[in-house]
Design a protein around this ligand. Sequence first.
Ligand SMILES: [Zn+2]
Length: 224
Amino acid sequence: MDKKLANELLTQWEEMGDSHISVKRETPLREDAFAMDDALKIELIAKHFKEIMHVLGLDLTDESLQGTPLRVAKMYVNEHFKGLDPKNRPEPTLFENNYKYAEMLVEKNIQFHSTCEHHFVPIYGFAHVAYISSGKVIGLSKLNRIVDYFARRPQVQERMTVQVAEELKQVLGTQDVAVIIDAKHMCVASRGIKDSHSSTVTSSFHGKFLDMATRSELLKYIGS
Ligand SMILES: [Zn+2]
């Protein structure tokens, strides 16, 4: 590739990242994403993170820094990015809707922590999810777990919103699902434009939630 083209591509990627543009619904994973086990991933990430710290000029023999590469590697694999691995996908427990409750159910203010895939810094905020039962209901804590699963990976807020909605539709066997996410992006707060007050709201409405009356009932419940 010639240098001019390479530079143009780099600029284009940088702009896409800074604008947080992503077009695919699926998290872009390679075919062989889970060919390595977690222990090997931790070992390799620790090695590379140590290298990053070294390049920054940090003294890795210092007591305070010695444990950092392994600590970061464990945090990435076991916590921040554990939602990449389908083995951690929450098994939904569904119950019969014995009360024949046919109104919407709203679980609001589900706190989540995610990571911007363009800058690898935190995105955090609240998700509000709602559905209208088609005969099955889901344990309330499972809604939190589904949000957490899709948050625990390098993410783009719009994609996370759609992924949670699609999962709920599939698990609950209904189209009548709504997801609203209100989040702060550390990459906006601490770098670039340095705006620590703004938050980003995204939504994904399906089925009966496309209907204005149903949608405004939901917005009334979540108070926005
Ligand atoms: Zn970012």
